[in-house]
Write a new protein. Structure first.
Length: 134
């Protein structure tokens, strides 16, 4: 997760008990935060990745059996794509037109993607799965 998401979630989830859905899962799984500003993580099972972060993420991918997932950080997604470290990009497209807001991709960035699957949720939200083609 990105630094800002870490800041938000680490101030909320550790205080939630097992009666709150998702709390036991998120509090016990290993979590990784690429950051140049966070020196120490206080949330259990959290590791700060610093220095040569690309090499650290690749080593993590190499030793992990299964998926590594992330959520909520456009900056981290862009960085993973730019460094060839993102294997799949899942996007949720909501049926609403918005005239302003943060863009997922910067104006100058181009990332060729191949659609792997698509489905429509009961709410009308599109769930799209892409993989980088290069």
């Amino acid at each position: 997760m990105g630094r800002r998401l870490y800041d938000e979630w680490s101030s909320y989830w550790p205080g939630q008990g097992p009666e709150v859905p998702f709390s036991e899962f998120i509090n016990t799984i290993p979590k990784y935060v690429p950051s140049t500003t966070l020196d120490e993580a206080t949330w259990q099972n959290t590791t700060v990745l610093s220095g040569d972060v690309a090499s650290e993420v690749q080593a993590l991918k190499d030793k992990t059996d299964g998926d590594i997932q992330m959520s909520g950080s456009a900056t981290t997604v862009r960085w993973l794509l730019a460094n060839g470290l993102l294997d799949e990009l899942a996007l949720l497209v909501h049926p609403i037109a918005v005239g302003s807001g943060q863009r997922l991709f910067e104006d100058t960035a181009t990332y060729p993607l191949e659609l792997r699957s698509s489905s429509t949720l009961g709410t009308g939200v599109l769930h799209l799965r892409y993989a980088p083609t290069s």
